[in-house]
Design a protein around this ligand. Structure first.
Ligand code: ADP
Length: 262
């Protein structure tokens, strides 16, 4: 379980996150929503210790995050940032296998075990990347690369996934597939995920709770039906929306109402 307790994160004198608390329990998917600059990415980066809060605490399985080694954090928390670090030409398979590295017992060539290879292969199958496994990462389309980055995160088998806009470059079918995979992982393996997304309807469909942020603070946190209301979305995004029920799943469905349609 990962908790943020009343954290404030600053860049110099600029306060990017102010007094945010949240609890990510096994099996939970939390969607983080808010306008650009609301502090979503900063919050995510403080949750794995990449940024240290100025005040407040991050607690991982009942111990302060600061008491864990980097390697130990890497085994427990996997982050998918918006940009992957692709300075070296590696194949998709090698890249995904790299997700197993935090578990390696030696650091030279041939560190991977048969299990590491089998986990990587399984994840490539799940993310429908098998046919691309021999291709170089820097020769993929943006969407294919994004799926490979998620595959690498799944290959870590970390109990906590922190995902920064994992569906931003994906087509309609792959958006749903990726979030369905994250959802399935959380449901079946006691994994938890925090997902930053601009897609409010995907958030409504795949998350248990939504954290709505504005200017570094929490505006609301709770089940999608309680948070994705016209009043709260107007307060945060300054847009009018209609909310009805999705015809198939019944989850809230949000439709922005543009000025010209009024
Ligand atoms: P979001 O992810 O919601 O778009 P961010 O967490 O990226 O928001 O940014 C929150 C605030 O912190 C913004 O005002 C942004 O300009 C500022 N910020 C983000 N990264 C840095 C940085 N490296 N240095 C200084 N200010 C930053």
């Amino acid at each position: 379980m990962l908790e943020a307790r009343d954290i404030t994160v600053t860049y110099g004198s600029r306060r990017a996150v102010s007094g945010v608390s949240l609890t990510l329990r096994p099996g939970n998917v939390i969607a983080v929503i808010g306008p650009n600059g609301a502090g979503k990415s900063t919050l995510l980066r403080s949750l794995n210790g990449a940024l240290e809060p100025a005040t407040g605490e991050i607690i991982l399985d009942e111990r302060p995050l600061t008491t864990y080694s980097r390697r130990s954090v890497a085994r427990r928390i996997s982050v998918v940032a918006q940009e992957a670090d692709l300075r070296f030409p590696v194949t998709v398979f090698e890249f995904v296998l790299g997700g197993r590295y935090a578990w390696a017992s030696n650091s030279g060539w041939g560190w991977e075990t048969a299990r590491d290879v089998s986990v990587a292969s399984e994840v490539l199958r799940e993310t429908q990347l098998e046919s691309l496994s021999g291709r170089l990462m820097n020769e993929l389309s943006g969407g294919e690369r994004q799926r490979a980055v998620l595959a690498r995160a799944l290959a870590t088998e970390a109990g906590v996934l922190l995902l920064d806009e994992p569906t931003a470059n994906l087509d309609l079918a792959h958006q749903a597939t990726i979030l369905a995979l994250v959802r399935k992982r959380c449901d079946t393996r006691e994994t938890s995920a925090l997902v930053i997304t601009h897609d409010i309807n995907l958030a409504a469909e795949f998350s248990d709770r939504v954290l709505l942020m504005k200017e570094g603070s929490t505006v609301a946190v709770g089940p999608p039906g309680d948070v994705l209301t016209p009043a709260l979305l107007r307060e945060v995004f300054a847009v009018e929306v209609l909310v009805d029920a999705h015809p198939v799943s019944g989850v809230p469905r949000i439709t922005p109402v543009h000025q010209t349609l009024r």
